[in-house]
Design a protein around this ligand. Structure first.
Ligand code: PMP
Length: 353
């Protein structure tokens, strides 16, 4: 080992889903929205003034923050924007998880949580989901240095009711509880209504899924003014200009188009419900999903085999070679046409195998 190597921060990085160069595929592997962003986004993009790019952007991204606050009926002082929710989550881990006691999160969950914990040297413990792949709320009633879980959980799609989210928060008033609501718009009730009662609650959300803007990288946290102040102190100690001019401008346009948002998310929910029926007919089993994906395994055929056969056909889904979930496929809900192509292929493949 060379001498300088001992001072290198050693990390095992998160592996994002594949983004193939070939555009001619059916891409159901990274939970993107199959529909374009709101037409208001395109309009705002066309009107964008390039002179604004010459200058630094507004470090507080006020226009975007105001639009998000209005959408949720909270004060702009309760909103913290970031470069996708990954950036917001990383900043939140750094800001709030500084105890010697372990942070708790599910064993099967968003696989970035343990990566940030390792990166920032935060101790953590994983609480196993039960046999039905559900979060067991009582597991989070023990002493800890903080709690985080997605609702609905990923990659399972399983939602816990708001009352159970509240139970977890109310048993943890001495630490910060983060609820990652990346997929909440596809079928759950947000914990935003709990903010008035719990100043230790931080909700993290994103424009990448229900707003069709993964490529623009916009995420945000909503919490008490105190928590948002703490996040800003850390952010301004790291990088003042996280939100670029385009993200501020296009994010504001997207956030103000409620009608388009409602239309596309209800289309995805409809396609998901139909997809559940099709998958069940094809011999798949899966926990009931409230997200824009379904986490399914086949009763007879190994997931890895299906994953590879689908890929050969140009249909990309996500497969995790990890304990407990290596026989599942995570299938993002695409358009009806894309899902039909998937079901047609599976029908043929399973019949001729
Ligand atoms: N949380 C969860 C549970 C996710 O699945 C994702 C998507 N990879 C994210 C956060 C991050 O999304 P983004 O950074 O695009 O907002």
């Amino acid at each position: 080992m060379r001498e300088w190597e001992k001072n290198v921060r050693k990390v095992v990085p998160y592996v994002p889903g594949e983004q193939p160069k070939n555009r001619n595929i059916i891409k159901l592997n990274t939970n993107e929205n199959p529909y374009p962003p709101s037409p208001k986004v395109e309009e705002a993009l066309r009107k964008m003034n390039t002179d604004a790019i010459r200058r630094y952007p507004d470090p507080a991204a006020e226009r975007l923050v105001n639009a998000i606050a209005a959408q949720h009926g909270v004060s702009p002082k309760q909103v913290f924007p970031g470069v996708g929710s990954d950036d917001v989550l990383a900043m939140a881990f750094l800001t709030f998880f500084n105890s010697e006691k372990p942070v708790l999160f599910p064993d099967i969950t968003y696989s970035f949580y343990d990566v940030w914990a390792d990166l920032f040297r935060i101790p953590y413990e994983c609480m196993p989901l039960n046999e039905s792949l559900e979060i067991v709320k009582e597991d989070y009633y023990r002493e800890n240095g903080g709690v985080i879980f997605p609702n609905p959980n990923a990659p399972t799609g399983v939602l816990i009711p708001l009352s159970e989210v509240e139970d977890i928060i109310s048993h943890n008033r001495g630490v910060i509880v983060m609820v990652d609501e990346a997929y909440i718009d596809f079928g759950g009730v947000s914990a935003v209504s709990l903010l008035d009662r719990y100043e230790n609650l931080l909700i993290i959300r994103t424009f990448s899924k229900s707003r069709s803007m993964a490529g623009m990288r916009i995420g945000y946290a909503i919490g008490s003014e105190e928590l948002i102040r703490c996040l800003n102190d850390v952010k301004y100690s790291f990088n003042s200009y996280t939100m670029n001019e385009a993200a501020i401008c296009l994010g504001e346009a997207a956030a103000s188009d409620r009608e388009y948002f409602e239309m596309t998310r209800s289309k995805i929910i409809q396609t998901r419900e139909r997809s559940k029926k099709e998958l069940a007919t094809l011999g798949f089993v899966f926990p009931d999903s409230c997200a824009n994906f379904i986490f399914a395994k086949h009763e007879k055929v190994p997931a890895k085999e299906l994953f590879e056969a689908l890929k050969k056909e140009g249909i990309y889904v996500r497969y995790f070679a990890k304990p407990r979930i290596d026989n599942y496929l995570r299938i993002t809900i695409g358009t009806d046409e894309e899902m039909d192509a998937l079901f047609d292929f599976l029908r043929r493949y399973l019949k001729n195998r």
